[in-house]
Design a protein around this ligand. Structure first.
Ligand SMILES: Cc1cc2nc3c(=O)[nH]c(=O)nc-3n(C[C@H](O)[C@H](O)[C@H](O)COP(=O)(O)O)c2cc1C
Length: 343
């Protein structure tokens, strides 16, 4: 199918949804966070078939490549016909404006209205090349990047960022710069890169960001239950949308629980099992060889196990499986023994 047609179909699909990635709605707007290695198209589609609650997803980042190396494979996961169940926004990791514009143009041609720039990735191989959160201590470079890219982009740009690379006040030099540009939204994960995913999100710093930015702000970080979400919603009424990552992997009912305002969902183990089985089957079809499938599933169970009262033991058992038949036996036995969902 020609890309322009795919693009039109995708836009028609997007119009069916009442809000875009960051607009205000009466019910909280929930976005699935990008988790590279987890929330790809297979996961997003399967999740949306089995669970309610997410309005959209930000896809895990793709990196820029030289123009002559950009192939269909590079954007495979983002092809609109692979993403029919949940509206998505692509994310790009870059520090070179020309490369970014080249890739973003390709994404806009595919029908996306908005592309996200990753300023949050905390991993050393990325940050030492001044990409992801590695750019946060360099406001002039961020300014120059935005100046060059926004002149050349035929669509919206949004940003996902942390408070800083080394210090949580780095963001306060950036926000006045970001205020000068027409961004669609800024997602803030209120941790530094040094913190990785540990320690508590700095909510006071997040409040200061809300006070010091004119942009729509999306909150992201450690939303794991409805009570915690309500406290955040109460404290930050100006937040335009809420992004949830690990909390939705550990409890896939969470987005619906937040949306519907009900904590009790019946038949959770059965519903989860049905989701898990579809996920497994689809990765079995997609991934090459039992080793890759086993690795992928072991990754998921690090989060899934947290949903069950006896999940810690299961998590350890799965972590110690090195052959697919042994893994299958372990999971099959776990479900047969009638596990309890953790409340
Ligand atoms: C395994 C993993 C992969 C991630 N991949 C991405 C990514 O591709 N792009 C991005 O902006 N953030 C990425 N993140 C960060 C998450 O999107 C999110 O900011 C972080 O997990 C905090 O939100 P949470 O507490 O709701 O999970 C990743 C995090 C983890 C744990």
């Amino acid at each position: 199918m020609p890309d322009c047609l795919i693009g039109q179909l995708y836009l028609a699909h997007r119009r069916r949804y009442s809000c875009d990635m960051s607009s205000d709605c009466r019910t909280p707007r929930l976005i699935l966070a990008p988790l590279k290695g987890f929330t790809d198209a297979v996961f997003r589609n399967t999740f949306a078939e089995h669970f309610d609650g997410f309005d959209a997803a930000l896809a895990p980042f793709i990196t820029t490549v030289a123009a002559d190396r950009l192939t269909e494979k590079h954007v495979q996961d983002l092809l609109p016909h692979h993403n029919t169940r949940m509206p998505i926004e692509p994310q790009v990791l870059a520090n070179n404006p020309d490369d970014f514009v080249f890739l973003a143009r390709r994404l806009f041609e595919m029908g996306y209205a908005e592309v996200n720039w990753n300023l949050g990735c905390p991993f050393r191989p990325v940050t030492k090349k001044r990409r992801g959160s590695g750019l946060l201590p360099f406001p002039e470079q961020v300014d120059e990047f935005l100046d060059k890219t926004l002149r050349a982009l035929p669509g919206w740009l949004s940003i996902k960022m942390r408070l800083g690379r080394n210090r949580s006040d780095e963001i306060f030099k950036l926000l006045p710069i970001l205020d000068r540009y027409p961004l669609k939204a800024i997602t803030i994960h209120p941790r530094t890169a040094r913190q990785m995913y540990g320690g508590a999100p700095d909510l006071d710093a997040f409040q200061a960001c809300l006070d010091q930015s004119r942009h729509r702000i999306i909150y992201n970080g450690d939303i794991v239950d409805r009570r915690g979400f309500l406290a955040l919603e109460d404290r930050f009424p100006r937040v335009a949308a809420w992004m949830i990552g690990r909390g939705a992997l550990s409890n896939p009912f969470l987005p619906a629980v937040i949306k519907n305002g009900e904590d009790s969902v019946s038949g959770r183990v059965e519903k989860f099992k049905s989701f898990y089985e579809d996920l497994f089957t689809r990765y079995q079809e997609k991934l090459c060889g039992p080793g890759h499938l086993l690795d992928r599933m072991k990754g998921f169970w690090k989060y899934f196990a947290g949903a069950f009262t006896n999940g810690q033991t299961l998590g350890k058992q799965i972590n110690h499986t090195f052959k697919l038949p042994h893994y299958l036996e372990t999971v099959e036995r776990f479900f047969r023994e009638g596990p309890d969902w953790r409340d």
